[in-house]
Design a protein around this ligand. Structure first.
Ligand code: GAL
Length: 469
């Protein structure tokens, strides 16, 4: 039997003749391997320096302008207030502050750079040439001329009304610390709802789910915490279901809350809270798949891992199925989306209101396994990329007319004045090869790259609502 096999391998059919030069099967295989290595190396070299992804293949030209790499620079001011020679002897010279120190310092000279004042606000009530331009971190006004209050939020596109609804935390109250060591906070005011046809002009629809004023035992009593609300539409029941993180002032309740409404603008009726699958749940999101099945994703086990599980058909509860994902990676602020048949998720590190580096994860099946692919941020400068442009993700909005193109929505938190936290919306595209290869695939990236491009000012391409070919 073995003899026969060997003989067969020697037959001329296993090799080819080309202009008289003989090329055997191993040569072809090694040639192919060589080509793959060269392509792989080229792609790595192109990404290494700038975090930039100049990928050309099959890109929609209409979004290409937004994939230009825009640089950003700022100078960190020298440490203020010199130490006396005696203090220098005792404690050494003052340390150069980091960019994040400056960002968090209310009295920093860089304050207007991170939080531009009202003069540069954008919105439909302001004159000027900023109309339809997204300007990350500049104050964004609604149609009544008030700064938009929709932090840690998400967007629902209502097909019947052909309208976008933006839900988020209304933080328009005083910022204070409930305890010396506690995080800065604002009392629960409720979940704001804004509507828009163009994603830039937002009309305030009011508080869709209000906080509770009097009943101190209520989950949404103003002394508690209500964060990261997201709304899904259930095609079977025709209801709008809101999921949110509810907590006590010390973040020990660690639960999800559920509310329901018959209209996208509410009023939402608060139903209950629970620890999903019996586990702590802090930062969370919900995601509706193409087949109508919805999922809850939440940070658990002291934020050391995420859990994911399907919701019941009415979206009012979780089922008993749950998978632990990104175990030991300490990620939060999950934002999940899908392109073609791949699921992607952007998460942040766990540093409270301080900005940190976003990471992208990908999976073939929503229940995992999920692979971590590196940072999606492109442009700005290294510090911008390492801090997710000084913001923390909250949602990724698909642009159905531009498959593979999305809006990345993030919050630039202002811990000293939370109501003045800003929105960082940037174009996100999928394409090219992932720049941080995965461990088990011998260094060959399997997933497409997810890129979020920094722009000081950008707008959606003309006709973004209609399908491109
Ligand atoms: C962040 C979280 C926010 C909020 C904040 C409080 O880590 O993403 O939603 O909970 O901590 O410090």
């Amino acid at each position: 039997m073995r003899m026969k096999m060997r003989n067969r391998q020697r037959k001329p059919s296993a090799s080819c003749w080309n202009g008289g030069g003989r090329c055997s099967l191993p040569v072809i295989i090694w040639g192919l391997v060589g080509c793959i290595i060269v392509i792989h190396l080229c792609s790595l070299v192109r990404y290494k320096d700038t975090g930039a992804a100049h990928v050309g293949f099959g890109r929609r030209t209409v979004f290409r302008e937004l994939e230009e790499v825009e640089e950003e620079s700022f100078q960190i001011p020298p440490p203020r207030g010199k130490r006396s020679p005696r203090a220098v002897k005792r404690r050494g010279p003052r340390k150069q502050p980091t960019a994040v120190d400056e960002f968090l310092d209310e009295s920093s000279d860089l304050r207007p750079f991170f939080f531009p004042d009202r003069r540069s606000a954008i919105g439909p009530t302001k004159e000027g040439n900023d109309s339809m331009y997204f300007c990350p971190a500049r104050i964004w006004l609604d149609t009544e001329g008030n700064p938009i209050q929709a932090h840690g939020g998400g967007i629902l596109f209502d097909e019947k009304r052909e309208t976008y609804y933006w839900y988020g935390e209304n933080k328009d109250g005083e910022t204070y610390h409930a305890h010396k060591q506690g995080a800065a906070r604002v009392d629960v005011i409720g979940v704001s709802c804004y509507s828009s046809k163009d994603l830039w002009t937002w009309k305030y629809e009011g508080i869709a789910l209000p906080g509770e004023e009097t009943n101190v035992t209520h989950d949404l009593h103003r002394s508690n915490v209500l964060e990261r609300p997201k709304v899904l539409y259930n095609d079977r029941t025709g209801q709008y279901i809101m999921w949110m993180h509810v907590d006590d002032v010390n973040y020990t309740k660690a639960s999800v809350g559920v509310a329901v409404a018959n209209s996208p603008t509410g009023p939402f009726e608060y139903l209950y809270s629970k620890r999903p699958h019996g586990f702590e749940s802090r930062d969370m999101t919900v995601f509706k798949d193409d087949d109508g099945k919805a999922y809850l994703v939440y940070s658990s086990e002291d934020n050391s891992e995420l859990h994911i599980g399907p919701l019941t058909d009415d979206y009012l509860d979780v089922t008993r199925f749950m998978r632990r994902i990104l175990v030991g990676q300490h990620r939060e602020a999950p934002a999940l989306f899908k392109h073609e048949s791949t699921y992607y998720m952007i998460t942040s590190d766990c540093t409270g209101w301080a900005p940190n580096r976003a990471l992208v994860h990908a999976a073939e099946s929503i229940m995992g396994p999920w692979e971590t692919m590196g940072t999606p941020c492109v442009g700005g400068n290294k510090i911008f990329r390492m801090t997710t442009f000084f913001s923390q993700g909250t949602f990724v909005l698909p642009l159905p007319g531009l498959p593979g193109s999305y809006i990345f929505m993030a919050d630039r938190w202002n811990p000293s004045e939370l109501r003045d936290s800003r929105y960082v919306w940037l174009p996100l595209t999928i394409g090219g090869v992932a720049d941080e290869p995965l461990e088990y695939n011998f260094g060959f990236p399997l997933w497409s790259r997810v890129s979020i491009y920094w722009h000081r000012r950008w707008r959606l391409p003309e006709g973004w609502r209609t399908a491109y070919t």
